[in-house]
Design a protein around this ligand. Sequence first.
Ligand code: CTP
Length: 400
Amino acid sequence: MRIILGVAGGIAAYKAALVLRLLTEAGHDVRVIPTHASLEFIGRATWEALSGQPAPSDIFEDVPHVPHVALGKGADLVVVAPATADLISRAATGRADDLLTATLLTARCPVLLAPAMHTEMWEHPATRSNVATLRSRGVHVLEPASGRLTGADTGRGRLPEPEDIVAAALALVGDPDAPQDLAGQHVVISAGGTREPLDPVRFLGNRSSGRQGFALAETALARGARVTLVAANVTLPPPARADLVAVETTAELRDAVRAAAKDADVVVMAAAVADFRPATTAETKIKKRADGSAPVLELVETPDILAELAAQRLRAGQLLVGFAAETGDCDASVLEHGRAKARRKGADLLVVNAVGTGRGFGTADNAVTILDVHGEAVANAAGSKASVAHAVWDAVANLR
Ligand code: CTP
């Protein structure tokens, strides 16, 4: 695929080098267009060396090839990372005062902007209105992440992680090399982690980021499926072509999954579902007690959504895939726990991964064993969450 990577002038410009690396390693032909301001942060030589292509900024460079028209018209995808407040403003008003904005005007392919700026700039009504204008025209503008900004300050406005930018960008165009074995199928995927409220400000939750579930959605879309993505408390940019249902609690997740599963060919429960919820939810904030005693929480079990779907299939021939994050303990290894769970749950496939410090939750990579309903291993996969997701769809295809 021919991809244009625009780089605007913000401190996060250095992270665009990783975006470029990920795109070229995936086999794409990437041309970088840095703005003049971005060259204050990362020099042109970096872009030319990493992409193996010239990285012009000006309309008046290489004039015989009319690059300000040719680059945009010939691209399959344009990604701008970081997209600063100034770049967003120029794009929204249709300026063409450098090669990047001219390219944005001539591009007829999907365009994704990954913003990075200070919180105040992101929240300013001018930027809000520019982002709304761009979105109304079909430009995909990611939500910035929260976290450390340029200096000691933290807040909303951080560039989303390079892996997330690349995944969201490639999901816009689909992967022309992906097998179309899910074409015509409706796939329901739950992702993220449920939260069970204790009172109006507190909840019991878990560390699931939703990355694996979102990767499943993106790869299913690439393989031709129609995707309903039931997302519990996920802050990642959602795949543009999925039907997104946002939920918070296990009860909401159950309702949304069961409603969508009625006409689903495959249901994948990648969400980390709370097994227990507080027996009651306080209507007002639970306060410290005068006598210093701590409250005792009573918990009740939540319904097992996957086991329910397996016990009574909502549609004949529907395939069910579960995930099991295991740590292993003194009683059994990760895989032994997985085998027992596969038999207990009754799902057609159970994807078992080892979690713990630095593994599984919130990380970009994953390593899994896929078990059948008898607990027998049918595949192993390791690598990016996208490659694990493809291995899951391969295992699904083998069951058909
Ligand atoms: N799951 C579910 N409903 C629940 C709990 C889990 O549908 N109330 C699903 C998860 O989405 C996952 C699979 O069941 O696909 C396994 O989840 P896990 O938490 O590993 O299993 P549990 O049955 O909760 O077992 P345990 O916590 O005892 O290991």
